[in-house]
Design a protein around this ligand. Structure first.
Ligand SMILES: C[S@@+](CC[C@H](N)C(=O)[O-])C[C@H]1O[C@@H](n2cnc3c(N)ncnc32)[C@H](O)[C@@H]1O
Length: 351
């Protein structure tokens, strides 16, 4: 290792390009710097199911699957207020709940739950024991899906999905940014421009993004050499707007407009508006990038078991043909489509 490379490793920035092939389980997440060019690991599977989107019909592809089981917090709120929970409130509940999951020290929490379960068994109250077992199951599922499998952040899948874009120093707009993960991954791969994150829940700026670990390494590009480089949050050019997307006054000025898990949160009658949000702000030769959760058995099980933590909002699971058809019918030309671990992915251009 050169002096320069050694100097770049600090407690805040613990990894560098020297750590290629490295992966490790941290208490709350996985670090994964495995070879960015390894076909086996970095898989964005081009589904290749559709060659001509104009030929596809809703009759052929059917409708997405709606997740019906709602979080207890939402059911309780609605019973207490005798009205539907407003959409923004549902996001506020969701963001706090999801953030708590990400922030957990999973092994420590597993230990705590184990001890508590033993005490519950001693107390011999069936309801207590059942509750404790439920907590253990949900934590184990979270541990597997997020920490071991890395299915939610899925850095290798995201890198593969974002690869090969024709952009230079891009301005990236992230709609419904939450903690901002995907925009940071894009910015690391295509540095030199800027990221604008937008979310109307202030908690996302202060906590979800604010407390996103600065020690988390994003594998990207070194603009000086064109070779690989590890980037950290505090090295990126990011601004975060707490604003309703409908109130943004940008024009078609972004090279990339991105959303992750937005389209599936509204019923069909509102989907054109969501897609229009993307088209409105993207340059004529820019890219729209969207991902949505896949309709697969393991995702259905996940949202069923994790309902109290995840299901504060309206939610659908869809397949890549359904997602593509929404985009195509609403004025987008699809450049690539396929899937990563738990999401469908589309790279499109506004028609
Ligand atoms: C499901 S999250 C996106 C998934 C994200 N990757 C995560 O980890 O939660 C969608 C985000 O969009 C935000 N959002 C929804 N509608 C919005 C709107 N009209 N304006 C701004 N933000 C919005 C929500 O507050 C939420 O943080």
């Amino acid at each position: 290792m050169t002096q320069l490379e050694l100097a770049s490793i600090t407690p805040e920035h613990p990894f560098s390009e020297q750590d290629f092939e490295y992966t490790a389980l941290m208490p709350s997440y996985r670090v994964d710097l495995r070879n960015p060019r390894n076909e086996q690991l970095d898989r964005f599977v081009n589904a290749n199911v559709v060659s001509d989107w104009s030929e596809l019909s809703w009759k052929q592809v059917g409708r997405p699957f709606e997740v019906k089981k709602l979080a207890k917090e939402r059911r309780d709120w609605e019973a207490e207020h005798e009205q539907d929970m407003p959409v923004k409130t549902s996001w506020e509940y969701f963001n706090r709940s999801f953030h708590n999951l990400f922030m957990q020290d999973v092994p420590a929490e597993q230990k705590r739950l184990k001890t508590s379960l033993k005490d519950r068994f001693k107390g011999f109250h069936l309801r207590d024991v059942t509750h404790g077992l439920g907590e253990m199951v949900r934590l184990s599922l979270w541990n597997y899906v997020h920490r071991i499998e890395d299915g939610i952040w899925d850095p290798r899948g995201k890198r593969a999905l974002f690869e090969g874009l024709d952009v230079k120093n891009p301005r990236i707009l992230f709609l419904g940014a939450a903690e901002g993960y995907e925009a940071m991954q894009l910015h690391a791969m295509y540095p030199g421009g800027e990221v604008v994150m937008v979310d109307y829940d202030a908690f996302c700026k202060t906590d979800r993004f604010g407390h996103f670990p600065n020690t988390y390494p994003f594998l990207g590009t070194n603009p000086q050499t064109g070779g690989p480089k590890v980037w950290y949050k505090d090295q990126m050019n990011i601004s975060y707007l707490v604003k309703d997307i409908r109130d943004l006054d940008f024009h078609k000025e972004f090279d990339i407009v991105l959303s992750v898990g937005l389209l599936e949160h509204v019923p069909d009658e509102h989907k054109p508006a969501i897609l229009d949000w993307h088209r409105k702000f993207v340059k004529d030769n820019g890219y729209v990038i969207m991902t949505t959760p896949r309709n697969q058995m393991k995702s259905r099980i996940y949202y069923h078991v994790m309902a109290d933590m995840m299901n504060h909002t309206y939610r659908e699971l869809m397949d890549i043909r359904q997602m593509g058809l929404y985009a195509y019918e609403n004025g987008m030309d699809i450049v690539r489509h396929g899937y990563i671990k738990v999401h469908n992915g589309i790279i499109a251009r506004a028609r």
